[in-house]
Design a protein around this ligand. Structure first.
Ligand SMILES: Nc1nc2c([nH]c(=O)n2[C@H]2C[C@H](O)[C@@H](COP(=O)(O)OP(=O)(O)OP(=O)(O)O)O2)c(=O)[nH]1
Length: 133
């Protein structure tokens, strides 16, 4: 699994709400999805961003920042989180129920999948250190 924190000029991050009918419906997550067999992770993310949000990103604009390793029922989820500060187009919720731009500190108030909790901590540390640097 690959996912991305899209970061805007104010340091806010895009989250999308999982739609009804899916596992974990209603929870807020980072855009992303499965890496297909033989697919390079960054290419998978570029594909998912086009499918889910209708935006274009360059593979080279995706920076790895953290990963999560979490058992979910009978499955094990390994989620690679990237960051992107540049893309083309305006994100639209093509698969999600809704989109929100939120500061990492405010993400704690949103219901997110369990694997995302340590990722939000990592993101908050990363974005707060880049502001003060
Ligand atoms: N995209 C995304 N998925 C996440 C996050 N956190 C987290 O636990 N997941 C889990 C939820 C799902 O089990 C899996 C996402 O897989 P997916 O989006 O390709 O699949 P899905 O369950 O939405 O449904 P489908 O596409 O297989 O029909 O990863 C996150 O922040 N972003």
């Amino acid at each position: 699994m690959v996912a991305v924190a899209l970061v805007d000029a104010e340091g806010r991050v895009l989250v999308q709400q999982r739609p009804p009918g899916k596992p974990m419906a209603g929870l807020w997550e980072f855009p992303g999805g499965k890496v297909e067999p033989g697919e390079v992770p960054e290419a998978a993310l570029v594909r998912e961003l086009a499918e889910e949000l209708g935006i274009e990103a360059e593979p080279g604009a995706l920076t790895p920042i953290a990963f999560a390793s979490e058992t979910l029922g009978a499955r094990h989820l390994l989620l690679l989180l990237y960051r992107a500060d540049a893309w083309q187009g305006t994100p639209e919720p093509r698969h999600a129920s809704a989109l929100r731009w939120v500061h990492p500190a405010a993400m704690r108030a949103l219901a997110m999948p369990p694997a995302d909790v340590p990722l939000v901590d990592a993101l908050e540390r990363l974005l707060s250190s880049s502001v003060s640097a």
